[in-house]
Design a protein around this ligand. Structure first.
Ligand SMILES: C[S@@+](CC[C@H](N)C(=O)[O-])C[C@H]1O[C@@H](n2cnc3c(N)ncnc32)[C@H](O)[C@@H]1O
Length: 265
């Protein structure tokens, strides 16, 4: 699967809901006064910038492989905050770092489990590797995408997408929280891990479609010719409306997220 492009404006459509897990993750990091902090897969940078509120004396670097996302992020550059394009698979720090953060990124990186030992090695003693991954590949929305994608109208282009790695593909690439704990504890880290289901109440006519159009639905939409995209969106929208019925107060989207903080001893 080629890497689908990102649309920062679409992604930022739900910026409050998407920023909250970042704040919940970072709020639990107990490294007292980190000097060097890296945000792997920083996206448009709107959450990266908040790391300076938490640690005003830190030097923060955001890295992202999407030209669209990093193009948006660099506009936020300021003293103590820098952004660079790059793949997290090949990222290696010039010097050890005190905190590595990665929020809502590793579900896009099939090899991420193999990268964890290298990131722990990149930490200073007492430093932290902190990541959050959505875990919804078996949720109702991802099942809708796969059902429509493998149905008679779209299977020719989308069956391969439904089967390939990515947060909405069958099985996904995210591991159960316990596997991350086991792996990192065996690397002699002290590990703090938890999982939460956020109960988002979203406004609008098709908010679940809009939510995923900026993230997990992108690989499907981008694999289709423009003229078939609208047909696919319409079919998915109808199925999502049935799976997530609109209520007088909005549409409820339960969303699972796994959090892991590993401290190097
Ligand atoms: C859902 S966004 C999360 C952005 C940001 N961390 C946040 O919390 O808002 C996922 C980001 O991961 C980036 N990404 C995905 N795979 C990547 C990779 N292999 N290397 C670097 N960045 C990657 C994407 O470009 C995108 O900006």
């Amino acid at each position: 699967m080629t890497s689908p492009t990102w649309d920062p404006a679409l992604y930022l459509g739900f910026s409050d809901e998407r920023a909250r897990p970042f704040a919940d993750l970072v709020g639990r990091i107990t490294v007292p006064s980190p000097g060097r902090v890296v945000d792997l897969g920083c996206g448009p940078g709107n959450v990266t910038v908040t790391l300076l509120d938490r640690w005003p004396n830190a030097s923060v670097l955001g890295i992202d492989s999407s030209p669209e996302m990093i193009g948006r992020a660099v506009e936020l550059t300021r003293p103590g905050l820098e952004f660079r394009p790059g793949q997290i698979e090949t990222w290696r720090p010039e010097e050890p770092v005190d905190v590595i953060v990665s929020n809502a990124v590793l579900q896009w990186v099939p090899s991420h489990v193999d990268l964890l030992p290298r990131w722990v090695e990149a930490l200073t003693p007492g430093g932290a590797l902190a990541f959050q991954v959505p875990a919804n590949s078996e949720g109702a929305a991802a099942r809708v995408f796969r059902t429509v994608a493998t149905g008679p109208r779209f299977a020719d282009r989308l069956a391969a997408v439904a089967a390939s790695a990515g947060p909405s593909a069958a099985g996904g690439v995210v591991r159960p929280a316990g596997e991350y704990v086991d792996l990192l504890a065996r690397l002699d880290c002290r590990v703090d891990a938890w999982a939460t289901t956020y109960q988002h109440v979203l406004p609008g006519d098709d908010p679940v479609l809009d939510w995923y159009a900026g993230t997990g639905l992108r690989p499907y939409l981008q694999a289709l010719e423009p003229e078939r995209r609208e047909e696919f969106r319409a079919e998915v929208a109808a199925e999502l409306r049935a799976a997530f019925p609109r209520q007088p107060y909005g549409t409820l989207l339960p969303f699972n997220r796994t959090f892991v903080i590993a401290y190097r001893r």
